[in-house]
Structure formats: C-alpha cells, structure tokens
Ligand binder design. Structure first.
Ligand SMILES: [Zn+2]
Length: 264
C-alpha cells in the first residue's frame, strides 16, 4: 500500500483541531473563574449565554458596552447552581439585610432565617426554589397579586423580595410604598431591576411598547413602563424609605437595592 504523506499530515491536523475544540468546549462547560463568588451556593465558576435580542437593544437604545453588561447580568450563570448575576446580586442584598456572609443555601437552614416572614413577589429568578424552603415564605404570584395594592396587612413581613418585576409596574413608587407598608418596622426590602448605570431612569410613556421575557405574546404584564438608571434609589426614597443601600456586582453588570423600613 502506498504511504500517502499528505493525507497523513491532514489526518494529524484534523486530530489536533478536534483536540483544541474539545479543550475549548470543556473550558466553557467548566466555566470561567471570576473575582467574586456565588452568593447563593459559594461557586466560583461562571458560564455565559447571550440573552438579549437586537429588538430590545434598539428599543432601549443601548450602546454595545451597555448591551454586553446587561447580557451578562441576565445570561452569566454560576456553573454549580445556575443562578445568574442578577439573582446573585439579589442574594447579596438579602445577606446584607440579614447581616451575614454565608451563601444563601446555607443561610436558609439557620434558625434565624427560619423565623423570618418572607414575601416573594413574582419568582425571584433562581432564588425562588431556595426561598420556598423557608417555613414562613409567602409567594405573591405576578400579575395575579397587584403590587400596587398588596393583599396583606400592614407590618406583616421581615423581608420583601422581588426581582426584575418593578419595571413592569405602571406606578413603581406606589408599588414600593406598598412593599414598605407590609414590612415590619426594621424589616427590609430587597429587589433588582435592570439598571442602565450610565444614565437616568426614563418612563416609556409615549414610546413604542417594549417587552421583556415574551416579546412574541405581547402580554400586557410584560410591557416595560420604566427603564431604570443611576437614580433607581430615588424611587425608593419617594416611597418613604430613609435607609437605602445600592449593591453592585462587577459594576456596572448587576445592581440590587436593599432598603430598611425605619426607624427614620
Ligand atoms: Zn451558585
């Protein structure tokens, strides 16, 4: 049989190429290390999947840099637990509210946490399954539960949590005022919204409808009413909270707000 040197070289090149691709994909499957760890499970590796679509980027008039960090906020996830950066910064706000550095999965097993009455409005990303294990967890489905007229008595909860929901509420200050009303004195509100950090908030009234989550259905509960910016805290102050903290993760990638219900 004739030895074909060129086809042998070609075969070796194909093997090397396949090996390189294999190494590349296993690195992707293993995730990229980051300087921060996951506040939900303590994981340190993250992977990324694009989430934003061109129509949304155009409606929000996002620059390529803004689109990239908002994409990371929604699409960069912890390899171990699947929590995205939005859920992780919310877990950071929750840890700040409770006064601990423990990952949320361990925190919920503590007797301190089990005593807390927690209201979760709409599913708070990957925190939902963790929070649902708490004995005093109450879930307010969205949009069935109206955030502008919460069906709970004054001073019921130690913690109120929502994630990427407030931008869909027509009057966000009214909704935040309701969150404060149902909090006990000293209780805390923790929430996220998509924040474009380099500009001020704007109401989309008068602009073409923009949708999150299900652009093809056009369901009214997915319509975005407010695009939040650097002044996100100001909505919280107008709702009557006087102690407000803004938490960032890999700024400006993900932002959460923690606000304490008095004492003033
Ligand atoms: Zn994790």
């Amino acid at each position: 049989m004739r030895y074909d040197f060129r086809s042998q070289i070609s075969f070796i090149r194909r093997c090397v190429g396949a090996a390189r691709r294999s190494i590349g994909s296993s690195r992707l499957a293993g995730g990229e290390p980051r300087s921060f760890s996951c506040a939900i499970c303590g994981g340190k590796s993250f992977r990324f999947t694009t989430v934003l679509w061109p129509g949304l980027v155009a409606e929000w008039e996002l620059s390529p840099a803004e689109a990239h960090y908002i994409d990371r906020q929604q699409g960069e996830t912890c390899v171990r637990c699947g929590g995205n950066l939005r859920s992780i910064v919310l877990a950071n706000a929750l840890r700040a509210a409770v006064g601990t550095e423990r990952p949320l999965r361990r925190l919920i097993r503590s007797s301190k946490m089990k005593r807390l009455a927690v209201l979760e409005l709409n599913e708070a990303g990957s925190l939902h399954t963790v929070l649902a294990k708490l004995p005093k967890h109450v879930f307010g489905a969205y949009p069935a539960v109206d955030m502008q007229a919460l069906p709970y008595q004054d001073g019921t909860f130690d913690l109120v949590i929502h994630s990427d929901t407030l931008e869909h509420i027509e009057d966000p200050v009214k909704a935040l005022t309701e969150c404060r009303r149902v909090l006990k004195p000293g209780g805390a509100l923790c929430f996220t919204v998509p924040v474009v950090a380099g500009r001020m908030s704007r109401n989309r009234r008068g602009l073409p409808n923009s949708y999150h989550g299900a652009p093809t259905t056009g369901a009214s509960d997915y319509v975005v009413h407010t695009e939040f910016g650097a002044d996100v805290w100001e909505f919280v102050a107008r709702a009557g909270f006087s102690r407000i903290a803004v938490l960032t993760l890999d700024y400006p990638t993900a932002t959460a707000v923690m606000a304490r219900n008095g004492p003033d």
